[in-house]
Write a protein that binds this ligand. Structure first.
Ligand code: ARG
Length: 456
C-alpha cells in the first residue's frame, strides 16, 4: 500500500516512493517493539523543549496521550515507515496541529538510538531478575545434594568423585559471571544520545543533562556523531548474551546426557519433555535440546551485528536499521531460555544410586591412592606409575581398586598397608578436598551459604 501522501519527509520529492522500496525500507513491523520507549523519550524531550519555552501545552497533552496510546496502538494502526513516524502520526491525529511540533529539536537518528537503549536497559533488568531466579533454583537443588556422590569427568571419562551439589555450583558460578557482565554492560547501554539530533546536535537550547535525568540515563553521550551511530552497546549485549547461551548449551548438553538411560543420573520433569510419534517408549529432552540449539541464533546475531557495524563511516547510516531484528531476537531468545530453565532446574530429580554406581566403576579414587603413596614418601611421578599398574590389574580382573587384596597392593609397593582402604572410599576422596573451591560436603555447604548471601 502506498503511503505517499502520509509521508513526513516528502516535501522535496516530485514522485511517490516506489511501492517495493517503501516496503523494503520500512521497519515498523519489527521496530514497533520500541513504541513505549519512543513515547517516553518523546515526552521527556518535549518536556525540556517546553521548559525552554519553545512549545506550549504540548507537554500536558502528550502525557495524557501517552497513557491512552500505550494500550491501543499497534503497528497496523499507521502502517508507515517506522515506529517513530507512526507515533508522530498517531499523536497528530489525536491532538491535532500541535502534534506536528513533536519532532522539534531531534532527529530519528538520536531518537532511535535512545529508544533502543531504553528498550535494552529495560530488558537487561528483566533478564537479570530471571538469572537470579534461576540461581535461587540452583542453590535450592544444590543444598539437597551436598553428599550425593557422582563421578566428575574429564574427557567425558570418569575422573574423580565429586558431590552433585558441587557440580551444580559450577553452573552457578557461570551464571554469576554472566550477571556481572550484564550489569557492567547496562552501564554503557545507559548513556543518552538524545540531543545529538541528526548528527551535529540541535540549535535549540536544550538541557541534555535534564533529559538524561528525566529518562533515568546515567550519562549523556559526549559526542553527537558518536551518539547517533554507536551500536557498541548492542554488540556488547549480544556478546554477553552469547556467553550466557554458551553456558546454557553446556548445561543443556549435560542434562541431555544425564537424562539418557545410559547415564540415568537425573530425571527431567515430564512437562519439559516430549514423546515420539512412532516410538512409544521415548521421553525426549526437547527443552534442553532446544536451548542448546537456540544458542546458534544468538551467536548468529552477534556476528550479524559485528558485520553490520564493520566499516560504517560516521555518522548514522540506514544500515543501522538492521540492528533491531538480531537484538530483539536475542532478547526474546534469552528470556525464553531462562524462563524454561528457571522452571525446569529446581524440578530435576537426581538418581543418587546411579551416580554413585558410575563413580564406583571408573577408578575415580586412583588419584587418592597416588596421593596416599606420596604421603608415604614416594615421589608423585613414581606413585602415578604404581597406581597405573594397579589400575591395569583391576581392569584385567574387572574389579574396582578397593576390591584388590592387600597382597596385590604390596606386590606393587611395600609402602601400602591396611589403611589404604580408607582412601579408596568415595566419601574419603571428596572429604579430603576441603579447601576453598573443593568438593568436600562442608565446603560445598559453605559455598552455597556464601552464594545465598550474595544473591540476597
Ligand atoms: N528506522 C530507522 C532506524 O531504525 C530510524 C532512523 C531513520 N533515520 C534516517 N535518517 N533515515 O535506524
Amino acid at each position: 500500500m502506498s503511503q505517499g501522501n502520509q509521508k513526513l519527509w516528502n516535501g522535496r520529492f516530485t514522485e511517490a516512493t516506489d511501492a517495493f522500496v517503501e516496503a523494503f525500507t520500512a521497519s515498523v513491523t519489527f521496530d514497533f517493539e520500541l513504541a513505549l520507549f519512543d513515547i517516553e523519550g518523546s515526552v521527556a524531550l518535549e518536556c525540556l523543549v517546553y521548559r525552554c519555552g519553545i512549545i506550549d501545552a504540548l507537554l500536558r497533552r502528550t502525557r495524557q496521550w501517552q497513557i491512552q496510546t500505550a494500550s491501543d496502538l499497534d503497528h497496523k494502526s499507521y502502517p508507515i515507515e517506522d515506529v517513530h513516524m507512526n507515533i508522530e502520526a498517531a499523536l497528530t491525529e489525536r491532538i491535532g496541529e500541535q502534534g506536528k511540533a513533536l519532532h522539534t529539536g531531534r532527529s530519528r537518528n538520536d531518537q532511535v538510538a535512545t529508544d533502543v537503549r531504553m528498550y535494552l536497559r529495560h530488558n537487561i533488568d528483566l533478564i537479570l531478575e530471571q538469572i537470579r531466579h534461576l540461581q535461587r533454583g540452583l542453590l535450592g537443588l544444590a543444598e539437597g545434594h551436598c553428599e550425593t556422590i557422582m563421578p566428575g569427568f574429564t574427557h567425558l571419562q570418569v575422573a574423580q568423585p565429586v558431590v552433585f551439589g558441587h557440580h551444580l555450583m559450577a553452573w552457578y558460578e557461570m551464571l554469576r559471571r554472566d550477571a556481572d557482565r550484564l550489569t557492567d554492560c547496562r552501564r554503557r547501554v545507559n548513556t543518552l544520545p538524545l540531543g545529538a539530533a541528526a548528527l551535529a546536535g540541535t540549535s535549540f537550547p536544550i538541557d541534555r543533562a535534564l533529559v538524561a535525568e528525566l529518562l533515568d540515563f546515567e550519562a549523556v553521550a559526549e559526542n553527537s556523531l558518536d551518539a547517533v551511530s554507536d551500536r557498541d552497546f548492542a554488540i556488547e549485549f549480544t556478546s554477553t548474551a552469547s556467553l550466557l547461551m554458551m553456558h546454557l548449551s553446556r548445561w543443556s548438553e549435560e542434562m541431555i546426557l544425564w537424562a539418557s538411560p545410559q547415564f540415568a543420573f537425573i530425571e527431567l520433569p515430564d512437562r519439559f519433555c516430549t514423546g515420539s510419534s512412532i516410538m512409544p517408549q521415548k521421553k525426549n529432552p526437547d527443552v534442553p535440546e532446544l536451548v542448546r540449539g537456540k544458542s546458534a541464533r544468538v551467536f548468529g546475531s552477534l556476528i550479524a551485528l559485528l558485520t553490520l557495524m564493520k566499516s560504517q563511516p560516521l555518522a548514522y547510516n540506514k544500515d543501522n536499521q538492521e540492528d533491531k531484528e538480531p537484538l530483539i531476537d536475542t532478547v526474546r531468545t534469552l528470556q525464553d531460555c531462562l524462563r524454561a530453565f528457571g522452571d525446569m532446574i529446581p524440578n530435576i530429580k537426581a538418581q543418587p544410586d546411579n551416580m554413585r554406581a558410575a563413580a564406583e566403576r571408573g577408578f575415580a579414587t586412583a588419584t587418592d591412592l597416588a596421593d596416599y603413596l606420596v604421603r608415604k614418601g614416594l615421589a608423585f611421578r613414581d606413585a602415578h606409575h604404581v597406581v597405573g599398574r594397579l589400575v591395569g590389574l583391576a581392569v584385567d580382573r574387572g574389579v574396582d581398586l578397593a576390591a584388590l587384596s592387600l597382597v596385590d597392593f604390596e606386590t606393587e609397593s611395600d609402602r601400602i598397608t591396611e589403611d589404604v582402604y580408607s582412601v579408596l572410599t568415595l566419601e574419603g576422596s571428596v572429604a579430603a578436598r576441603s579447601h576453598i573451591g573443593g568438593t568436600a560436603p562442608d565446603t560445598v555447604r559453605a559455598a552455597i551459604k556464601r552464594a545465598k548471601h550474595q544473591l540476597g
